[in-house]
Design a protein around this ligand. Structure first.
Ligand code: FE
Ligand code: FE
Ligand code: ZN
Length: 268
């Protein structure tokens, strides 16, 4: 997964055809299936609120076009935040926005991410995600991204992930899951906080995350880590070292390494 620019802002350049071809060549060489590479939209677009609506729609129309030019099929989007607006209305606004954005000939699917429910975030329950999807006209171009930290923080017990999947299947359908963000959480279930933790070091724990990653029903769905960079030491606030290589090795090994953070620090 990558962002087409900084996650925190909406400044985006034009897509360079030459660099795109080069990237696709590298992916081919490295055995990376482009159908499993995903773009994440920036955090500040908000389809829920009419104040930002027009800008958000036009930004996302362009973002979908950028994805298409890059050969990317999936765009992850935070549904929005219902600031000064009833949730029912926010859901309608989001769906209206999606209907404007998806009315195109591009082969790009938008995946609505399940949210922790921090502040006025929309999409903190399977029912809310379903309510949005129900109002979207372009059913073949809308899907869902499950985020394990967000599900936990929103109140779902991810240690019983098959129960969560059963509810999802009954209400939306497992075929709508486009990707999974695998993150541990710094906070307890139902905390509505949204602070990610490294794999095995949070409240969800290693075994529960392994069960999700290797769940047979999710076999062909891309899993993406969004765990925090590791700081130099416990007192330092700056997070400098990417943990992904180490976490992926640990996941493949299926054995929790409680010394993983120390190991990352030593190696860097
Ligand atoms: Fe996200
Ligand atoms: Fe996420
Ligand atoms: Zn998050």
């Amino acid at each position: 997964m990558f962002y087409t620019g900084a996650p925190q802002n909406t400044n985006r350049g034009d897509i360079d055809e030459e660099i795109t071809k080069e990237a696709q060549k590298i992916m081919l060489k490295e055995n990376i299936d482009i159908n499993k590479v995903i773009v994440h939209a920036p955090y500040i677009v908000n389809l829920a609120n009419m104040n930002n609506f027009d800008f958000s729609v036009s930004f996302l129309q362009n973002e979908v076009k950028r994805c298409s030019l890059l050969g990317i099929k999936y765009l992850v989007l935070h549904p929005g935040s219902a600031v000064n607006c009833p949730r029912e209305e926010a859901i309608t606004n989001i769906a209206n926005g999606l209907n404007l954005i998806l009315d195109n000939n591009y082969d790009v699917t938008i995946l609505l991410e399940t949210m922790a429910g921090k502040g006025n975030e929309v999409g903190k329950t399977i029912d809310e995600i379903k309510a949005i999807i129900d109002l979207v006209k372009f059913k073949d171009k809308i899907g869902v991204c499950l985020d394990t930290c967000h599900l936990n923080d929103a109140g779902y017990d991810v240690s019983l992930f098959d129960d969560v999947l059963n509810e999802f299947d009954q209400k939306i359908g497992l075929d709508k899951i486009g990707c999974i963000h695998v993150n541990d959480s710094k906070n307890s279930i139902d905390s509505h906080k949204d602070r990610h933790e490294n794999i095995g070091f949070g409240t969800i724990g290693f075994d529960n995350l392994i069960n999700i990653i290797y769940n047979e029903r999710l076999q062909n769905i891309p899993k993406i880590l969004e765990t925090p960079y590791v700081s130099k030491d416990d007192t330092s606030k700056e997070r400098e070292y990417p943990p992904y290589k180490y976490e992926i090795a640990m996941i493949k090994n299926k054995v929790f390494d409680e010394k993983l953070i120390d190991k990352i620090r030593e190696d860097n």
